[in-house]
Design a protein around this ligand. Sequence first.
Ligand code: 13P
Length: 131
Amino acid sequence: MASGLRLALIAHDQKKDDMVAFAAAHAGFLADCDIVATGTTGQRVLEACPQLAIRRLKSGPLGGDQQIGALIAEGSIDAVIFFVDPLTPMPHDVDVKALMRLAIVYDIPMALNLATAEIFVDGKKTAERRI
Ligand SMILES: O=C(CO)COP(=O)(O)O
């Protein structure tokens, strides 16, 4: 069943392999989602899962996080999966913070690591089975 979930995927460089593995493991679930992604994350996921339809935005450091923040503010995103690297300084740290802030302001579910993303997918699948 198509969930129609409007989902944003983002991963910092040290977490992109995790995002690719996550996407491959849940390709069936993701195929039912309307996905946007920051530039390089979207490219990596598409290389691994070419069957997915992903709208790629700018790369994070070039404004991709801000674009996703704007989509949240206009009500076009239902959930964010953002695998954050907490160990590497980023030139666009303020953009990352701004994106997280908007997800909180608009009460958008936001998984910041693999464990939470797995819980999110399991929860959505369970909810869909109940419908
Ligand atoms: O930097 C990012 C998020 O802050 C991710 O951007 P890319 O997917 O383009 O690497």
